[in-house]
Structure formats: C-alpha cells, structure tokens
Design a protein around this ligand. Structure first.
Ligand code: 0WD
Length: 259
C-alpha cells in the first residue's frame, strides 16, 4: 500500500501555478498526503494559499503555510520548529528552490561576479543542507528528502552558467546528505527535470531555444510537464523507492542520453 494517507510532506518553492513544486504538491495530495507549504514573501504567500484552497481536501489533509526565507538560518530553524509544534512528525520534504541574478544567466560564465556566484550557491545549494538539518528532528519515522536539479550541472548548457555550477554543487550536496542521513532511515534524492516554462525559467537567457531543442532531439520529442515531475516525486517521496538514496532521476524526455 503506497498511499500517503496519514503522512505529512513539506513542499518548499511554490511561487505560482506553473511552479514545479505545485506539480509535486498536487501529486502528493492525490496520494492522500497532508501538505505543509513554505513560501518567501507575502505575494507568494497569497498565491500559494489560493492554489491550496483549490485542492479538494479530506479530514486531516488541511494544508498549512509558513513563511521561510532560506537565506536566513533563523527563519529556517523557526519554520521547522513551528511545523514540528503544529504537525509533529513529517515524512518528507520537497526542496524546489533556486535563484541566480538574471544578468548572469546569459552571455559568458567567465564574467560571473563573486556576489552572484555566492548568491546562487547560497539559495540554490546550501539551502538544502540547512533545511535538511532543520527537518531531520521531525522525521522520527524516517523520511525522504527531494531536491530539483538540472542537466546544466552535469554538462555545459548555454546561458545556464552560474546556476549550472550551483546545480553541480547541489548534486554533490544531495549525495553527502544521503550518506549522513541514511543511518536515520532518511533518504535524499534529486530529480533532474527537463526545461519547463516557469517563473524561474523566464530568467534563463534564450529559454525558447532550449525548449525547441528538446522538441527536435529528445527521445520523446516533447518537453516534460509539472505533472510528470510530480509522478516521479511521488515515487521518490513514498515507500515505492524505499531502497533508493543518493540518486538523480532524469525526468527529461530522455534528453540527457543524447550526445
Ligand atoms: O525548467 C525548469 N523550470 C527547471 C527547474 C528544470 C530543472 C530544474 N528546475 C529547478 C529549479 O532550478 C528550482 O530548483 O526546479 C526548482 C523549482 O523551480 P521552478 O518551479 O522552475 O521555478 P519557480 O516556480 O520560480 O519556483 C522557484 C522558487 C521561487 O520563486 P521565484 O520566482 O521567486 O524565484 O524558489 C523560491 C521561490 O518561491 N525561492 C526561495 N524560497 C525561499 N527562500 C528563495 C529564498 N530565499 N528564493 C527563491
């Protein structure tokens, strides 16, 4: 029985209905999970509340909301303390957060500033370490942590630049966390999603040509959807994947195998 009824998952990074985090949230919701959302800033707070209200929730599935800025250690600690007080045990967490300055997601990587480099690493990679540490005490029955990565961390993808280096860091970060947390029955994995048109994707230079290359060259000849990422997230966050940790699963229409 791989239903998520009676289980609670934290979903971080729903900005709007196009967010990958929202695809993951819907998939967990359909499997019966209770959802805890974190957001940054009141604008996204309003948006995630409106979205969550559209979910048809049964008893015990009522969503909860917390503001959490992952650049701030105190904010992370307070958020997870509050979640612990309100729901007790959590069974997993989806980390769907990344940021880089828009002007460094185009042109030559060579021009990346120290500040821009550190910002991308801080929000897009280190946050997984800090959040996992804060979430661990709530995973008293073991758990599953999921992050979102991209091919640009494995291979050079034009314009992805500083974010590619942050994703390479995130991938290693995920593996070291998997190694530390395995003894507590906590698994840590990543989904490497193909390009999906979201708010964050808008910041990447010439995103349209990245998408059209998928249509021309990926084995499935089409981009993936938030729902497809959601299905694999359900697999990784549920006991279906109980023997899997430290893994990156590509949900990318097979694009990563093409040379
Ligand atoms: O093609 C794509 N869209 C892909 C995205 C392909 C492969 C991977 N990904 C990754 C992204 O790099 C990211 O890690 O998936 C994750 C989710 O991204 P998304 O769904 O594409 O983007 P979006 O809907 O914009 O959500 C990212 C959110 C932020 O939205 P904005 O637009 O404000 O950057 O990350 C959150 C925020 O909600 N975020 C933060 N959360 C807490 N503290 C912070 C912060 N300091 N900064 C950004």
């Amino acid at each position: 029985n791989f239903s998520l009824e009676g289980r609670t998952y934290v979903v971080m990074g729903v900005a709007n209905k196009r967010s990958i985090a929202w695809g993951i949230a819907r998939s967990l919701h359909e499997a019966g999970a209770r959802l805890v959302f974190t957001y940054v800033g009141e604008r996204f707070g309003k948006s995630v509340r409106e979205l969550a209200e559209s979910l048809d929730t049964s008893e015990g599935q009522e969503p909860l909301f917390y503001e959490c800025d992952v650049t701030d250690d105190e904010s992370i600690i307070q958020t997870f303390e509050a979640i612990g007080k309100d729901v007790g045990t959590i069974h997993g967490l989806a980390h769907c957060i990344a940021f880089a300055n828009r002007d460094e997601l185009k042109g030559e990587f060579l021009n990346t500033s120290r500040d821009g480099f550190l910002t991308a690493q801080n929000i897009s990679s280190y946050s997984l370490t800090a959040v996992s540490r804060a979430a661990k005490p709530l995973m008293t029955e073991g758990g599953s942590i999921l992050t979102m990565t991209y091919l640009g961390g494995e291979k050079v993808v034009q314009n992805y630049n500083v974010m590619g280096v942050a994703k390479a860091s995130l991938d290693a970060n995920m593996r070291y966390l998997a190694s530390d947390l395995g003894k507590d029955s906590i698994r840590v994995n990543a989904i490497s999603a193909g390009p999906i048109r979201t708010l964050s994707a808008k910041g990447v230079g010439d995103f349209n040509s990245i998408l059209s290359e998928i249509e021309e060259r990926a084995p499935l000849r089409r981009p993936v959807t938030q729902e497809e990422v959601g299905s694999t997230a359900y697999y990784l966050l549920s006991d279906l994947s109980r023997g899997v940790t430290g893994e990156i699963i590509h949900v990318d229409s097979g694009f990563n195998i093409i040379g």
